[in-house]
Write a protein that binds this ligand. Structure first.
Ligand code: FAD
Length: 333
């Protein structure tokens, strides 16, 4: 379908402290795209779909993109899967890129597979590596709840659709020099809105576990919701976010947005501290790609110790305050 070697990164923004910032995973997608473009000889194009152009250039200056393409339309003011899908489809049809990359976020997981299916193209979600090879693309993604890694080659012609696992493609946002900025108003025919944006409810002041560099998670071993403030204090000290196992969420001790695992969020922080979590395969599916795993469990045979880099056998309720104090001493000295 396309000979173009450009790689598009679909940028996502989040509200932090009342202002819009580019999500960490989008910067990681740019870094992944840059490595790929260096191999393929294409350009990296950061695509921003929005209601009206704001100050996005400032957040994306020097991020490694060759072009910042700001595409506006009133229907793109708030996220609406139908409008965003139609907008992206229109852009791709006009001049298809080699590949489109987005974070494996709720929006990424919803948008890219839908567009790829509609366009009869290949799509791989939750990728952990990608490589340009013989004019095509070879990617890897975890399968069987993270027990194995599948290596896949796109069989169909470009464009290739990819979502990447957050926190794995960091640190490569070299300054690509001059970023060409283009702004265009999308020409979309009026359509009867099938979905209408009603409101956004933010969990104020809480870090998103998929973006956090440190995740402090609690399981049933925390004994009850009254003990989770221990984890919140620890998370505060390490500038991290609080996660939870599924039964904790099922019990209503923590919101679903905290759930880590197969049916929750996938996290890959620098440090994952599992407190009173047994290490069931469904939990491991969401956190085993963390760079360093610390487990606190009173059962020395708990499976979580099989994946932990450091293990502490004991009562989490006694250990967490001591750990918090010790980390506080180190970070404040
Ligand atoms: C289809 C499916 C999908 C699932 N998806 C998910 C998912 O997304 N995420 C998820 O987490 N689970 C998921 N599960 C559930 C999963 O199988 C486990 O039941 C769950 O992960 C166990 O949670 P837990 O470790 O908190 O609790 P438990 O298995 O009850 O373990 C509690 C642990 O705490 C330890 N402990 C107890 N008291 C203390 C103490 N005072 N100090 C220290 N340690 C203590 C115990 O030794 C034990 O190891 C799924 C299951 C199914 C079937």
């Amino acid at each position: 379908m396309s000979q173009c070697k450009d790689i598009w990164v679909i940028i996502e923004q989040a509200e932090v402290g009342g202002r819009s910032v580019v999500k960490g995973v989008s910067l990681e997608a740019l870094s992944a795209a840059r490595s790929l473009a260096n191999q393929s000889g294409g350009r990296v194009v950061a695509v921003v779909l929005c209601g009206e152009a704001g100050s996005i250039e400032k957040s994306l200056g020097g991020c490694g993109a060759d072009q910042l393409r700001i595409v506006t339309h009133p229907s793109l003011t708030d996220y609406n899967p139908l409008a965003f899908r139609r907008g992206l489809e229109a852009l791709i049809t006009l001049s298809p890129p080699f590949a489109l990359i987005m974070g494996a976020t709720n929006h990424g997981k919803e948008l890219l597979p839908a567009i790829a299916t509609a366009m009869n193209c290949g799509c791989v979600t939750d990728c952990i590596s990608m490589e340009y090879s013989d004019g095509g693309l070879v990617v890897q993604r975890p399968v069987y709840s993270g027990k194995a890694v599948a290596t896949l080659r796109f069989a169909k012609a470009p464009p290739f659709f990819i979502t990447i696992r957050p926190n794995l493609f960091r640190g490569n946002n070299e300054d690509g020099g001059q970023v060409e900025i283009s702004q265009e108003v999308l020409d979309l025919p009026d359509m009867e809105p099938r979905l209408k944006f009603v409101e956004r409810n933010m969990e104020s002041g809480k870090r998103d576990i998929t973006e956090a560099r440190v995740v402090v998670s609690g399981g049933m071993g925390m004994q009850g919701p009254e003990n989770f403030p221990l984890l919140e204090v620890l998370a505060e000290v390490v500038e991290g976010a609080v996660g939870a196992s599924r039964p904790v969420v099922d019990e209503g001790w923590r919101p679903y947005s905290n759930q880590v695992g197969q049916t929750g969020r996938t996290v890959s922080p620098n440090l994952y501290i599992a407190c009173g979590i047994s290490g069931a395969v469904q939990h491991l599916a969401g956190m085993s790609s963390s760079q360093c795993i610390v487990a606190i469990n009173k059962d020395e045979n708990a499976p979580i110790f099989d994946v932990a880099d450091f293990g502490i056998v004991g009562d989490a309720l006694e250990i967490i305050p001591v750990l918090t104090e010790e980390i506080r001493k180190v970070t404040q000295s």
